[in-house]
Write a protein that binds this ligand. Structure first.
Ligand code: FE2
Length: 230
C-alpha cells in the first residue's frame, strides 16, 4: 500500500538566538505605548491588540529595528523554502503591532485579509501554567469524505493524524518567530499563566520590484512606488 500526501500547509518557526538581549527594551516601549493608547477597545476576555488602538507601525519605530530585521531574514528563508525566487519580488511590512494577553485572555478566530504573510514573535511568555497557543484551522479538509464527518458528534474517527487533523497548535516560546500565510484562519487560545503573554505581529505583502524591463508581471501586485493616490 502507498499513500501520497499533497497540498500541505507550511508554517515556519525559528528560535532567535539573541532574543533575551532585546527583550526588556521592547517590553518597556510596548508598555509605554499602551499607557498612551486611546480608550480601551477590547473586552476583558480579549487580548489587548495594538492594531485596534492606533499602535500598528512598530516597523517604523527604531526601538523595534532589530526585530524588523529578523522578520526580514526569516521571511526570506520561508519564501525561499516555499520555492519563491526572492530576487524577483519585494516584501513590505505594512502593519505591525503589540499584543498583550493577560491571564484568561484570548484572540478569536480570524484571518489577515489585508496581507499575504503574517508573523508573530513572542517576547514574553509565562511558564507557571498553559500560556495558550496559536491554533491554525484546517479549512481545506481534502480528506473529509462527507461534510462534518469529522464532527465530534459522529464519532466516525478512531484516531486523528496527519491525514485528518482539524487544527494545529503552536505553543508560544520566548524568542520564537512564527510565519504563516495570512489567509489561514487561526485564533489564539487563552493565556492561563499569571504573567501576560506579550507578542508582536507583522503583516507583510509581496509586490513586484520597482522596475523591470518587461513591466510588471501580470497577477503580481505592482510596487507601491508606482502607485498614485487618487
Ligand atoms: Fe492573527
Amino acid at each position: 500500500m502507498a499513500i501520497d500526501i499533497w497540498f500541505p500547509l507550511a508554517i515556519y518557526y525559528e528560535d532567535i538566538k539573541d532574543a533575551q538581549k532585546h527583550k526588556n527594551k521592547m517590553l518597556d516601549k510596548i508598555h509605554t505605548l499602551r499607557d498612551k493608547a486611546v480608550t480601551k477597545r477590547t473586552n476583558e476576555e480579549s487580548s489587548w491588540t495594538g492594531d485596534i488602538h492606533d499602535i500598528d507601525q512598530l516597523h517604523n519605530d527604531s526601538d523595534f529595528s532589530w526585530l524588523t530585521l529578523e522578520v526580514r531574514k526569516h521571511t526570506l528563508e520561508y519564501l525561499k523554502t516555499l520555492g519563491l525566487n526572492v530576487s524577483k519580488i519585494d516584501v513590505y511590512a505594512q502593519r505591525s503591532w503589540p499584543i498583550i494577553a493577560e491571564k484568561g485572555q484570548s484572540v478569536s478566530r480570524h484571518t489577515h485579509p489585508n496581507a499575504n504573510l503574517s508573523v508573530v514573535y513572542y517576547i514574553s511568555v509565562g511558564t507557571d501554567a498553559n500560556p495558550g497557543s496559536t491554533r491554525f484551522f484546517n479549512v481545506s479538509k481534502y480528506n473529509e469524505l462527507s461534510g462534518s464527518l469529522s464532527s465530534s458528534m459522529t464519532e466516525a474517527y478512531s484516531e486523528f493524524n496527519t491525514l485528518n487533523f482539524e487544527q494545529a497548535d503552536y505553543a508560544p516560546k520566548e524568542g520564537r518567530i512564527v510565519i504563516f500565510p495570512s489567509k489561514q484562519p487561526h485564533d489564539v487560545t487563552a493565556n492561563e499563566c499569571d504573567a501576560p503573554r506579550i507578542s508582536i505581529s507583522y503583516d507583510l505583502v509581496i509586490t513586484a520590484q520597482k522596475e523591470t524591463d518587461k513591466g510588471t508581471p501580470e497577477f503580481l501586485m505592482p510596487s507601491p512606488s508606482s502607485w498614485v493616490k487618487l
